[in-house]
Structure formats: C-alpha cells, structure tokens
Design a protein around this ligand. Structure first.
Ligand code: ADP
Length: 404
C-alpha cells in the first residue's frame, strides 16, 4: 500500500478549509469548507471529486475546531477516503506567521509548535487558529507527520534593506518589528508557474507578482527569490484591499487616537475591516464595483481609481527594485477574473515595455496565459494561484511516501 495522499488544512478563527490530494498526479480527491465554527449557524460543505456524487452540506451547530475536524473526517470516511487510511502520508497545515525562523516547510513537533505559539503576538488573528487546527489534527492522527507551510517563508530571502523599517533598531528588534510579508505560498507558486509559462527556469526570470484577492499583496521576485513584498509586520500594509487600507501615513493612527478619541482597538478594526474598497464605496467585491461604475456611480469609480493608482505605484516601485522585469503576473480572485483591473493597472506604462492586448485580456480561462501583445518587452500573464496544491506539494516533498 502506498501512502500518497496529503490532507491540506487551512484553519481560520471560525473556519476550516480543506483539500485531500493524491500526490501521484496532484489530483484532488475531495475539497470542503467548515464555516461559522462556534455559532448556531455552522455549515460544512463537502465535495467528493472521485465519483459522480455532488456536494453534501451539513447545517448544524459545530462547537469548535475539534468538532469541525471530526465532521470533516466523517465526510471523508463516507467517501472511502477516511483519515485512518494507510494511504494518507501527511497533513499539511497553512501557518500564517513563521517569523524569521521558519524559512522552509517544517515537520511539526513540540518545539516547532511552541515557536509558532511564540509568534502569536505578531499574528494575533491567525496563528492561534492555525495552532488549534494543528493540535486537533494531531489528536486525530498522532502517528502521522504534520507539516507546517508558512505564508512568510517565501519572503525570508528579502535583503535587510527591504525587510527593515527605518526606525530605532533596538526597539524594532526587541518587538520583532520588520517586514515579514504574507501570501508567500501563492507568490512562490505563481512566480514559478510564470517562469514555466515563459518556457524558462525560475532562476532566469524576474517577476512582479500581483496577488489580488480580498487581501492583496505584490512581490518582486528575482531569479525565483523574493526581494521585496508589500505586506509588512502584518497583512495591513501595501495595496488597497477589500477591507484593509494598505499604505498610509502611520500618524493617521495618532491623529485618530488623539483628535478623534478612538481607541487602538477601534482603529485596528477601522483599518483592517472597514477600510480599503469597502471603506471607500461600501462594496468590496470587484464585480459589484464594476457593475456600479458601468451604471455611472462616481463613488465606485473613485474607489476603483484609488485601487489602481496604488497598484501602479507598486508596479513602478518593483520595476525599479528589480531593474529588469521579464513578467508581471496577476493572480487570485481579482487578478484572475477582473480584466478591467489588469488593463487599468498597466495602462500608460508602454515606456516600461508593458502593454495588455484587449482581446487576450478579455478571454476567461482557468489556465495560466499571456495577455500581452507579441511586441511587448515584458510579458503580462494571468496565472491562477493554487495555494493548497503548493502546500500539498511542499508537504509531500518533505515526508514522501512513508510506506514506500
Ligand atoms: P481571498 O483573499 O478571500 O482568498 P479571493 O482570491 O478568492 O480572496 O478573491 C476574492 C475576490 O475576488 C472577491 O472579493 C472579488 O472582489 C473578486 N472576484 C472574484 N470573482 C470575480 C470576477 N469574476 N470578477 C471580478 N472580481 C472577482
């Protein structure tokens, strides 16, 4: 019996996303999501992909992550894909913050778990949920290797000139304040896939990756290694996002506290949850924003312009950081689907060798593809991201087939 399956778990504070993959051909055997854990209205949606059966949904209170994972295990077992199967090689966990220590995927033991715990002060929203997911999975299959794949790992190659903020070094070091960057699994995967699309080795290409989802980040990747990225100590910095402000003068916070009388927690919520596109126009879904713009809505049009202006600034900045750019890759929900965003982001940048072909840009596809005209010096690409596949691949590369 060969152990070639990997279960990927992405545990959030009130949700668990999961995928079971067979690493012989990287195929998906099942995918699913548990939402609103701890509420009365919890929901599990499970989709087996091995037969003809469609999705199944459970709507019942799911008290905590342990109950959620048990329910997932039951659903998988019902499809003959149970977690007790000898074919399961490992469980791969998305862990948001790995600090400076974790530069590669890591098999989890007590020491590793303690270190992930030690990073909670710099990732208070994410690491606790990841730890809960790991502990629950360990309890379910104590004999199985559990691997942590860190969002920050890909960015640990950044030089100090990009990673350090210009502040008092002693204070920064004492509180571990620096640029860590996030979405690293996606930036790693997409930059590699972009090189593949160009028919080149990752070492030979410089890529600007624009991961535009609800959260959004840009990275400058030289020869397969990240040299700068837009998110910082937390995922708040950088691009305009669905609900996060991205870059602003840090003194806005002092001003809101001193003059506006707001508490630090209120400002935290304001900038993380009520800013970005939703703060600017009341919508954070790019489809809805485009619909409103088409209907003549000026508030939505301004929100779009601010979003694009910031994006352009990062393209320009990372162009300068890299010196030579071979490709710009758009990915995630907005990057993969919103042709007007891609068109507007590179409009007027012909002098930099950047252009988008209108016809190619309007094609809808799940495949990685070029959307720049043949004459353009820099390739512009749409490259669907696949963080789960990347986590599974990294996990399997580390543990291999334990039964072989
Ligand atoms: P997350 O950061 O939650 O993983 P995704 O990468 O799934 O986000 O992106 C979600 C966002 O993608 C939505 O909020 C929406 O703005 C955008 N999006 C999804 N589909 C489309 C589409 N067809 N056209 C434009 N925008 C889209």
């Amino acid at each position: 019996m060969t152990a070639t399956r990997v279960l990927v778990l992405n545990s959030g504070s009130s949700s668990v996303k999961y995928q079971l993959l067979d690493m012989r051909d990287s195929s998906r055997l099942a995918v699913g999501l548990v939402e609103r854990i701890g509420e009365e209205t919890s929901r599990l949606k499970h989709t087996p992909l091995t037969g003809e059966a469609g999705s199944r949904e459970r709507e019942e209170p799911i008290a905590d992550h342990e109950a959620a994972l048990k329910a997932v295990a039951e659903e998988l077992a019902a499809d003959g894909l149970g977690l007790d199967s000898p074919e399961l090689a490992a469980i791969g966990h998305r862990v948001v913050h790995g600090g400076l220590k974790f530069t590669t995927p890591t098999v989890i033991d007590d020491v590793v778990l303690a270190e992930i715990q030690r990073l909670v002060p710099v990732a208070p929203l994410h690491n606790p949920a990841n730890i809960t997911g790991i502990r629950t999975a360990q309890a379910l299959r104590p004999d199985l290797p559990q691997v942590a794949v860190f969002d920050t790992a890909f960015h640990t190659t950044m030089p100090e000139s990009a990673a350090r903020y210009a502040m008092d070094v002693k204070t920064a070091d004492e509180h571990r304040v620096r640029r860590y960057g996030f979405h690293g699994t996606s930036h790693a995967y997409v930059s590699r896939e972009t090189a593949k699309l160009l028919g080149k080795a990752p070492e030979d290409v410089n890529v600007i990756v624009l991961h535009l989802g609800n959260g959004a980040s840009a990275s400058a990747v030289r020869g397969g290694k990240c040299v700068d990225t837009s998110m910082g100590l937390t995922p708040l910095e950088g691009l305009v996002m669905g609900t996060r402000s991205g870059d602003m003068d840090p003194a806005v916070i002092f001003h809101l506290a001193r003059v506006g009388g707001m508490s630090i927690d209120e400002i935290d919520i304001l900038l993380n949850k009520k800013s970005g596109l939703i703060g600017l126009c009341g919508d954070n879904d790019m489809r809805e924003i485009r619909r409103r713009i088409d209907a003549g809505d000026e508030e939505a049009a301004l929100a779009f312009d601010i979003y694009i202006h910031r994006l352009k600034k990062y393209i320009g900045a990372y162009y300068a950081v890299l010196g030579r750019v071979d490709a710009i890759a758009f990915t995630a929900g907005v990057g993969e689907n919103a042709a007007p965003v891609r068109e507007a982001a590179v409009a007027g940048l012909e002098e930099l060798g950047l252009a988008v072909d209108g016809e190619l840009n309007s094609v809808r596809s799940d495949e990685a593809r070029l959307i720049s005209p043949e004459y353009a010096r820099v390739a512009v690409a749409v490259v669907p991201t696949d963080e789960e596949l990347e986590i599974a691949t990294q996990t399997y590369a580390l543990v291999g087939d334990r039964n072989a």
